[in-house]
Design a protein around this ligand. Structure first.
Ligand SMILES: N[C@@H](CCC(=O)N[C@@H](CS)C(=O)NCC(=O)O)C(=O)O
Length: 212
């Protein structure tokens, strides 16, 4: 398998965590989204989503991080990241979608670029936008964790898709200087995960395309 990824991309980071938790060997292909490599014709041919990550498994190409993790879970079920139990699965998807569908899209690179380049907002206004949506979104995530989660991971003693989504979102928020003091449970899960070898292997700073 080959993963097309950018070290700092939280959606790529989700898939890197899933691959590491499952111990699946793969090549790493860096795609620099800062220089718009994800919009070049040969890449778009492989990934119509014009984004990272992209997984290639033989002649099968798949974009969208949650679809990729679902595919990996179906092909390599151990350890399961999307639980079989109907209610636990629903909780895991609820939190994962809160991050992947509600928080991440409004702070994605193309949205921030449009704010600055097309709408002419200042760097300060752009940062205020970023922090606002993190504060709103993470309050929702913290509520979900406080009501339904327990244990060192989001939902118990084993990592799930929810942890694959939470850790990269927290990394982004912390990198952007967001105040997460109102999210103690999310901070505790994040800290616990970072100490686990699979999460460490997936971290931005350990990727081949990492630049400081
Ligand atoms: N829903 C997609 C989002 C993928 C995505 O937008 N990734 C970001 C990096 S985290 C990207 O490639 N952004 C490029 C851009 O916004 O132009 C997924 O979960 O894979």
């Amino acid at each position: 398998m080959r993963l097309y990824s950018f070290f700092n991309s939280s959606t790529s980071y989700r898939v890197r965590i899933a691959l590491a938790l499952k111990g699946l060997p793969h090549d790493y292909q860096g795609v620099n989204i800062r220089t718009l490599a994800h919009r070049e014709a040969d890449y778009v041919e492989l990934n119509p989503s014009r984004s990272v990550p992209l997984l290639r498994d033989g002649d099968f190409s798949l974009g969208q991080s949650l679809a990729i993790i679902d595919y990996l879970d179906a092909r390599h079920p151990e350890p399961r990241l999307i639980p079989a139990d109907a209610r636990l699965r629903a909780r895991v998807l609820e939190l994962s979608h809160a991050i992947a569908c509600d928080i991440h899209p409004v702070n994605n690179l193309r949205v921030l670029r449009y704010l600055q380049d097309a709408l002419g907002v200042s760097a300060g206004q752009k940062d205020a936008w970023y922090r606002h949506w993190i504060r709103e979104g993470m309050a929702m995530v913290e509520d979900l964790l406080a009501r339904h989660g327990a244990g060192p991971y989001c939902f118990g003693e084993a990592p799930t898709l929810a942890d694959c989504c939470l850790v990269p979102q927290m990394a982004n928020a912390l990198r952007m200087g967001c105040d997460l003091s109102a999210c103690p449970r999310a901070l505790a899960v994040h800290e616990y995960c970072l100490a686990q070898p699979a999460f460490a292997r997936a971290a931005p700073s350990t990727q081949p395309d990492f630049t400081a």
